[in-house]
Design a protein around this ligand. Sequence first.
Ligand SMILES: [Zn+2]
Length: 122
Amino acid sequence: MTNRANGHWKKKHGSQHHIIPSSIGGPDIPENKYSWTKEKHAAYHQLFYNYLPSMAIGIIKIWTDSNGKLKTDLMRPRNVKAWKDAFNGGTPAQVIQFIQKNFLPVEAKFLRGELGGEYEKK
Ligand SMILES: [Zn+2]
């Protein structure tokens, strides 16, 4: 599943990440895109599939122990690697902060119907 997903994302989106996935109506506009290397982009989707940013944060919280460390024993080995690849081994708090800063405002606008643009099927 994840290998297919990675291949799919690399092929379909290159390094342009859609913060709100096209598959659920995320528009193809600059505001909805985040530039990543292909490796980081693929790793992010291996971890969080096409979930909304708020769902990714929820998953990170489940993966975080009471000391703020990643519960790597709870994660699949390939997801531990994907975490390193996507976030340079950052702490859960750092990654949540990154998502809150870069992705959550776009999600909030989308959920209010204010993100605009037109859905382009690729
Ligand atoms: Zn993406």
